[in-house]
Design a protein around this ligand. Sequence first.
Ligand SMILES: [Zn+2]
Length: 242
Amino acid sequence: MLYDAHCHPAEVPSKLGEIPAMDATLCVMSTRPDDIEHVKECSKFPNVIVAFGLHPWWSYLLSTGGSKVDHYQRVFTPAPELEEIESLPEPMSMDSYLNYIKQLLVNEPTALVGEVGLDKAFRVRINERLSRFRVQISHQRLVLERQLAIAQELKRPVSLHGVQAPGPLFDSVRQFSLPAVCLHSYSGSTEFYTQQWSKLTFPVYVSGAVIVNMPNQDKAESLLKSVPEHLVLSESDYGEAG
Ligand SMILES: [Zn+2]
């Protein structure tokens, strides 16, 4: 049996019906309000484990309060102009959205928390186009840590996204006591894994996707040699079923 520890078939909802015929068990990630309903649908398939969470790329959708202008000027860097803010989506209440995620997890006892994490490299996509804005790492950490607190409370493993933020990601995760985490498409150094992640009190799995990790084959090989075999998972990170 093949296991895919991290994938995104909900990106193409019309093909979800192909999942039961796949010769694999899939951990199906959610990333944002638009795909979470489709991920929920996948929980009916016997070869699926669903994961509920908000990906850092969409962390700007959640507001801790105040006006839309206040929110985007606080969360985006560089701070947007007033006319730019008009074309941005209305933010949602962080409390309500995270309560919704928590409720989905409560209703689905085998569900994981994911995909959550930190990303210092991305720029926000608005209407399918790359904007000039990044999301402040402090805001990303708040959204991540609130979700890690839910994972800790409900005792759920977490699938973690981390790009160019190894220190802050580790500092956020180490504050929690989790059943397990998976560093999906891990792009950090082998040393950072062996000296930091592997010292945590809970299992820290590493999964690699060919498309993300393989361009640097030496790095992938050194990592695979240093992570105990039982902590290495396979993943596709692929965005379509079939
Ligand atoms: Zn992913």
